[in-house]
Design a binder for this molecule. Structure first.
Ligand code: FAD
Ligand code: A2P
Length: 371
């Protein structure tokens, strides 16, 4: 047989797709095997080793500063989430709705409780989570209103300790626009609802603000306004007599609440907090920043970050202890102020807050929920 040069070239070219195909097949085969191998090795890594062992001795913060942190955030796999979603919310019944404010207070802040008894599956939750509320009515486009999140203010046992209610602490949003007072849709709906009313509830959601399980943990709480909601649940879990009988959790650490409110009349859950101070003076500390009645060192409004600075030494002595967790909840606007105060407070102890904060976060000891 005689082959022309052109025929040989054409024949060679015709094989190129076959060679590419074979090459692609081999690459895919080995890639898949490599992926499977990596996955198999990943799942063999013991998770338990990563979990914080808070029972170990506390470590000075300088050590944390120079070494890579050994403690890694605890996993909370067993915490309930999204039992009810917006398409199929639970319809809860309002059992109570009352004002938390005293005469002369600014605005409107209510404590609202819903009955969860008839939820199936049962809408259970733990302290530090939030639920979603879908206000009745429609938005400007004729669509149902979207849900709004609210921090849960009750413990998992509920305010009546029967384990079938959830409570919220809601501030009505009000602002002025073009000479008109605008009321927030959901917060106004919630502040106005009456016992017996039906409300669409979703959730629970959130794992950021959960309490550690250790009874000897220290809990620092920085709250403004309704940011007290999750802290109220923590403090009930720690110090409320019937709740303690129910939860079998014997808190032995230190709890320190920094609370920001515009006026004394705006302080929330004040009677309960005073009772805890009386009953647990060794375990509970309560520092208030009443912005429109007290002044900071510069003569301005007293904010919680000013109180943080005043207590820098004591606070950072606590943070040096691995058992200490810090929770920040309330106005988003307070974050830069808190950061600045922590930076200054850390400097006084020769520490670098911008290095320390991510380490605390990674160790699951810095918890933030602002809105
Ligand atoms: P909307 O009708 O939705 O109005 C809000 C909108 O109004 C804003 O998006 C903004 O566009 C506009 N607006 C607001 N202020 C101004 C202003 N000054 N000037 C001009 N425009 C403005 N709230 C609580 O009360 N208690 C809680 O415990 C709580 N927990 C929360 C937890 C989480 C995780 C999150 C994300 C939020 C939480 N909130 C809480 C806030 C809550 O979800 C709502 O955002 C809040 O109640 C306002 O909703 P609304 O429907 O009343 O306001
Ligand atoms: P003020 O409003 O006097 O400036 P409430 O939600 O009940 O209004 O309470 C919020 C509290 O947080 C108020 O005392 C408010 O003070 C205060 N606050 C407002 N802005 C900040 C901020 N950037 N940092 C810390 N606290 C703040």
């Amino acid at each position: 047989m005689v082959y022309s040069e052109a025929k040989v070239i054409a024949g060679g070219l015709a094989h190129i797709p076959i060679v590419i195909g074979v090459f692609y097949f081999i690459m895919t085969f080995f890639n898949k095997r490599a992926l499977k191998f990596a996955e198999a090795n990943k799942s063999k890594k013991p998770e338990a080793k990563k979990v914080v062992d808070t029972k170990t001795e506390s470590k000075p913060i300088d050590a944390v500063k120079t070494e890579a942190p050994k403690v890694v955030k605890k996993k909370h796999a067993d915490v309930p989430v999204n039992i009810y979603r917006p398409k199929t919310p639970f319809i809860g019944t309002v059992t109570g709705n009352y004002s938390l404010l005293k005469e002369g207070a600014i605005g409107r802040v209510n404590h609202i409780t819903f009955d969860l008894k008839d939820s199936d599956p049962f809408l259970n939750y733990v302290e530090g989570q939030s639920i979603g509320i879908m206000p009745a009515g429609e938005d400007a486009n004729g669509k149902p209103h979207k849900l709004r999140l609210y921090s849960i203010a009750s413990t998992r046992h509920g305010d009546d300790f029967n384990g079938n209610t959830v409570s919220l602490c809601v501030r009505q949003l009000q602002y002025e626009k073009d000479g008109e007072t605008i009321n927030g849709v959901c917060s106004t709906y919630l502040c106005d609802i009456k016992p017996g009313d039906k409300v669409k509830i979703t959730g629970p959601v959130g794992k950021e603000m959960l309490l550690p399980e250790e009874e000897d943990a220290n809990i620092v709480m920085l709250a403004t306004g309704t940011g007290i909601a999750p802290m109220r649940a923590y403090l009930r879990r720690m110090f409320e007599a019937t709740e303690k009988e129910k939860n079998n959790w014997n808190f032995k650490g230190k709890a320190w609440l920094f609370m920001g409110a515009p006026k004394s009349a705006n302080l929330l859950y004040e009677e309960d907090l005073q009772k805890y101070l009386e009953n647990y003076p060794e375990n509970f500390k309560y520092t208030k920043a009443i912005s429109r009645e007290q002044q900071n060192a510069k003569g301005g409004r007293m904010y919680i970050q000013d109180r943080v600075l005043e207590s820098a030494n004591e606070l950072f002595n606590m943070i040096e202890d691995e058992k200490t967790h810090i929770y920040l909840c309330g106005l988003k606007g307070m974050e830069p102020g808190i950061d600045e105060a922590m930076t200054k407070a850390a400097q006084e102890k020769g520490l670098n807050w911008s290095e320390l904060r991510p380490q605390l976060k990674k160790a699951g000891r810095w918890h933030v929920e602002t809105y």
